[in-house]
Design a protein around this ligand. Structure first.
Ligand SMILES: Cc1cc2nc3c(=O)[nH]c(=O)nc-3n(C[C@H](O)[C@H](O)[C@H](O)COP(=O)(O)OP(=O)(O)OC[C@H]3O[C@@H](n4cnc5c(N)ncnc54)[C@H](O)[C@@H]3O)c2cc1C
Length: 505
């Protein structure tokens, strides 16, 4: 494998005094997608992420590449159709990271089967010539066979449909590596603290190396703001009084052992007590339970589940699963903030009814913001924001090429030890010494929690097991990144504190 550029080599590129065609602020789905798109068009592209790649919302999703069955109910057919087209593209272009997953909606009577069955036929129709099987009605026996963890009382049948499932943080790392291979420069731990201006026009960014404190003034023909729920804060770097475009909302997930929902089929409860949907989904050997929708405007970098959100998911699960999960069964709990478009842009109502549609906005000074959206539609968002950025920056027009672009794969995709490979660091986790070294050398892992939360998903799967790996992972990183003993101790302490947020108190 060709060597990946080191952080020192990437930082040296920032000192060359060049003017970048495009600078992208934010290394989540939106920013990384834009970096791949811009680099694939041949633009000189720089992406700066203040924390780790996908440390925000983009590692905390439900991990579905989907049209969004619930948006059907909201009548948002265009959103569903676009998302289903992107689902099909991702299954083709990132088959190593996105796979098909069957879902079953249990029904309690014939009316429900008819209602959900016809809704899912519409979903099939909107998917067009999709690469996934069509939906079908199941009788009671088939439903209980598909969902052996389901509480059988009152079940008369079900409806099976298919959607895409993925590992969100791994897809982000694949995008970062794809962008790098296409010539982009991507740096994590490099926060942008302000914008450069020529008169009223935005012409670059001011950024600081979060590790050394070195500061940079980086000129660009156009700057893209892809900072998720922080997009309004970055827009205010230009205009202190800029009106908000986002109404963030928190969603949480709980992770349980596979025994709570054995098998390969996911469960969708289409209407919970408060009118939302709830999923229980097999994921990497565990079951993911989610999600909630709680308006939140304080925007902490590390949001935590609220107690009532945890209770809500456990109570809803207890009503539908044969074995009711308790707090003590939760292996990991995590929260993310949805960057939903403000009602002014998207109609009225609570955050659960806001559309996951996205918008590309250009400020008076030419800052191009991509706001809202879903992981599923990151490529479409990237195409649209780079089209607009090229106009704003006066770049030579080049058509988007990402609809057929295969995304980068790490060897073996990769952190699973697999048969015959190196020894696991923990019996409950598929994480090996080699994988930690690879994460460091080729995937820009800089901290222990980068490895445990995003290069592997250990913290998301089993927080206690992941915490037991802090010392061995720290020892490897110390060797790779030449940390001193006090630096290692500080990194371990930081990782312990970080990991604590994944455990229910
Ligand atoms: C609970 C939940 C479930 C979801 N489930 C799904 C799903 O199943 N399928 C789906 O398609 N979508 C899902 N989504 C939506 C999807 O996760 C988001 O739309 C997507 O991840 C947003 O990506 P982003 O890049 O816009 O934001 P983020 O991932 O938050 O990235 C923004 C980045 O900008 C960085 N940043 C901020 N300020 C600065 C600065 N000054 N300098 C440098 N960097 C900065 C942040 O550190 C962050 O990493 C879900 C969302 C939530 C919350």
């Amino acid at each position: 494998m060709s060597p990946s550029p080191s952080r020192a080599e990437l930082l040296a590129r920032l000192r060359q005094g060049r003017t970048w065609d495009v600078i992208i602020i934010g290394g989540g789905a939106s920013g990384l997608g834009a970096a791949v798109d811009a680099a694939a068009r041949g633009y000189a592209t720089l992406l700066l992420e203040r924390g780790d790649y996908a440390c925000g919302t983009s590692s905390r999703s439900t991990k579905l590449i989907h049209g969004g069955v619930r948006y059907l109910r909201q009548g948002d057919l265009a959103l569903v159709r676009h998302a289903l087209l992107e689902r099909s593209r991702l299954l083709t272009n990132a088959g190593h990271l996105v796979h098909a997953r069957p879902f079953v909606i249990p029904a309690h009577n014939a009316m429900q089967r008819l209602f959900y069955g016809s809704g899912l036929k519409l979903y099939d129709l909107l998917a067009g010539a999709s690469n996934l099987p069509s939906s079908r009605l199941l009788d009671r026996r088939q439903t209980l066979a598909a969902l052996p963890g389901l509480r059988p009382q009152g079940i008369s049948g079900g409806i099976e449909y298919w959607d895409g499932q993925f590992d969100d943080a791994r897809l982000a790392i694949a995008l970062m590596r794809t962008a790098g291979h296409l010539g982009a420069t991507c740096l994590n731990y490099l926060p942008v603290g302000g914008l450069l201006k020529a008169g009223d026009k935005v012409c670059g960014v001011v950024a600081e190396d979060g590790e050394s404190g070195e500061s940079f003034e980086l000129p660009a023909r156009v700057v893209i703001n892809a900072t998720g729920v922080y997009a309004d804060a970055v827009r205010r770097f230009e205009q202190a009084g800029a009106a908000p475009v986002l109404t963030p909302s928190q969603g949480i997930h709980l992770v349980l052992d596979a025994e709570f929902l054995p098998g390969e089929t996911a469960l969708l409860i289409p209407e919970t007590a408060d009118g939302r949907v709830m999923f229980a989904i097999p994921w990497l050997g565990k079951v993911l339970l989610g999600t909630t929708d709680t308006p939140r405007d304080d925007l902490p970098e590390e949001p935590q589940p609220f107690a009532d959100e945890v209770d809500f998911l456990l109570q809803t699960a207890a009503g539908v699963l044969a074995r009711a999960p308790q707090r003590s069964d939760v292996r990991s709990a995590f929260a993310g903030l949805r960057p939903l478009l403000h009602p002014e842009h998207q109609g009225q109502g609570g955050t659960a009814s806001l559309s996951r549609e996205h918008a590309v906005l250009v400020s008076p000074g030419g800052l191009v913001t991509v706001a809202g959206g879903k992981w599923t539609t990151y490529r479409l968002m990237a195409e649209q924001v780079v089209d607009r950025a090229a106009q704003v920056g006066g770049l030579a027009p080049v058509p988007c090429t990402t609809a057929r672009l295969k995304l980068h794969a790490s060897p073996g995709e990769l952190l699973a030890t697999g048969p015959g490979q190196a020894v696991r660091l923990h019996p409950e986790l598929e994480l090996s010494q080699d994988a930690v070294r690879f994460a460091c050398r080729h995937e820009a892992a800089r901290r222990i929690e980068d490895v445990l939360a995003r290069r592997s998903r250990a913290l998301f799967l089993d927080a206690a097991a992941a915490m037991a790996c802090i010392d061995p992972v720290g020892a490897i990183l110390a060797e790779e990144l030449q940390w001193s003993a006090p630096q290692l101790a500080a990194m371990q302490a930081r990782a312990r504190q970080y990991a604590g947020q994944f455990r229910l108190g």
